[in-house]
Each structure stands twice: as C-alpha cells, then as structure tokens.
Design a binder for this molecule. Structure first.
Ligand code: FES
Length: 69
C-alpha cells in the first residue's frame, strides 16, 4: 500500500503514517483527484471513514493512504 511505498523508499513526509497502518492516526490522509479517487481498487471501510472524520481539511476525495492496497 501507499504507506509501504513511503516507508520502503525512505520518503521524507513528516509524520506520515504515525500509527503504521493501524487506523489510529490520520497522518496518512491523502486527497486524490476525482479520477484517481474513482479508480481506487477499494472503498473505505467504516473504520477508515471514522478516522477520516478527524483528518484536517478532509474533502470528498480523501482517503487514508495506509488503507489503500
Ligand atoms: Fe495511521 Fe494510516 S498510518 S491511519
């Protein structure tokens, strides 16, 4: 998933993925363009939606990067 890409490539995204994909933070919040969002392979789970509610500047095409396979 996107979290693995960030971690495996040592990308410097400050604080990204603080909970390491356990859905207890929202630091992996990503905002996609509508096209990309519509073509993501899965839909957010209830748990992801609850955590997204806490994300800053959440928009209609927001997802948590660690939940996207
Ligand atoms: Fe914490 Fe995604 S890394 S919710």
């Amino acid at each position: 998933n996107i979290l693995d890409i960030v971690v495996n490539n040592d990308l410097e995204l400050d604080g990204y993925g603080a909970c390491e994909g356990t859905l207890t933070c929202s630091t992996c919040h990503l905002i996609f363009s509508k096209d990309v969002f519509d073509n993501l392979p899965d839909k957010p789970t209830e748990e992801e939606i609850d955590m997204l509610d806490l994300a800053q500047e959440r928009g209609p095409t927001s997802r948590l990067g660690c939940q996207i396979i």
